[in-house]
Design a protein around this ligand. Structure first.
Ligand code: ADP
Ligand code: MG
Length: 245
């Protein structure tokens, strides 16, 4: 007998969200295998953040289902609370706790003994080159350093999935590509499945294993970055990718 197929890390089926009778997320379906970085790419207002918020459990869908590792976490009549989903979140503004040190921020979501927590914090701070700032407060750090603390904090509890909403857009343009590359290296090292929201084709091309191209609440094309660039689904998609720098 062949072994049972491994379910995707994240599976979204027919997800729909309406505001005032208008579907801002309109029956979207996709899946993300373990270890893959998927970019949800599309112009402002197309429904990217709303999609992420439903997966995180901070907004409730009007229709559809979400599964993690084959287990239903929300669907008709069932909603697993956000804190029980083992899903990490990282937003544009980093949202570090200003009154906690760097090490305390990274330790915040961790359980286990003090020794285990300290070991995990030390491991991650070393990995993001911030060990010497462990006792600093967020305001004393640069934007790029704060971003790395936020990444370490999000990864510390080893989430099943990490959701990132425009995580680089608050950063100095000149630093962004270096920080994207460092972030991607750490995500791959940790083996985290990632859904990264961006409106920048360049970012998706640089970071994604797979791109989901979204427009007005729908996924209009999905595939490897190379395929979307070389065979855009229509003229609008072609124009979107044409101003890549
Ligand atoms: P994106 O992240 O792609 O820029 P959003 O998911 O934030 O887009 O928003 C998609 C659409 O849904 C927008 O038109 C936005 O105004 C609308 N929207 C988002 N949240 C709400 C809400 N709580 N109430 C009403 N409309 C909303
Ligand atoms: Mg958004």
């Amino acid at each position: 007998m062949s072994p049972a197929p491994v379910p995707p890390r994240l599976e979204v089926r027919h997800l729909t969200r309406r505001f005032a009778a208008q579907a801002v997320v309109d029956d979207i379906s996709f899946e993300i295998p373990a270890g893959q970085v998927t970019c949800l790419l599309g112009p402002s207002g197309c429904g990217k953040s709303t999609t992420l918020r439903m997966i995180a459990g901070v907004d409730v869908q009007d229709a559809g289902e979400i599964h993690v590792d084959g287990t239903l976490i929300c669907g008709p009549g069932l909603t697993v609370p956000p804190e029980q989903r083992a899903i990490g979140l990282m937003f544009q503004d980093f949202a570090l706790f200003p009154h906690l040190t760097v090490a305390e921020n990274v330790a915040f979501g961790l359980s286990g003994t003090a020794r285990e927590k300290n070991a995990r914090v030390a491991e991650l701070l070393e990995r993001v080159h911030l060990s010497r700032h462990r006792g600093s407060y967020p305001h004393a750090l640069s934007g790029g350093e704060q971003q790395r603390v936020a990444l370490a904090r999000a990864l510390a509890p080893r989430p099943r999935i990490l959701l990132m909403d425009e995580p680089f857009s608050g950063l100095d343009e000149r630093l962004r590509d270096d920080i994207r590359d460092e972030t991607l290296a750490l995500l791959k090292e940790e083996g985290t499945a990632v859904l990264l929201v961006t409106h920048e084709p360049h970012e998706a091309m640089r970071m994604a294993d797979e791109i989901l191209l979204m427009r007005a609440g729908s996924i209009v094309q999905r595939g490897a970055p190379y395929n979307l660039y070389n065979a855009p689904v229509d003229r609008r998609a072609a124009a979107f990718f044409s101003d890549l720098n």
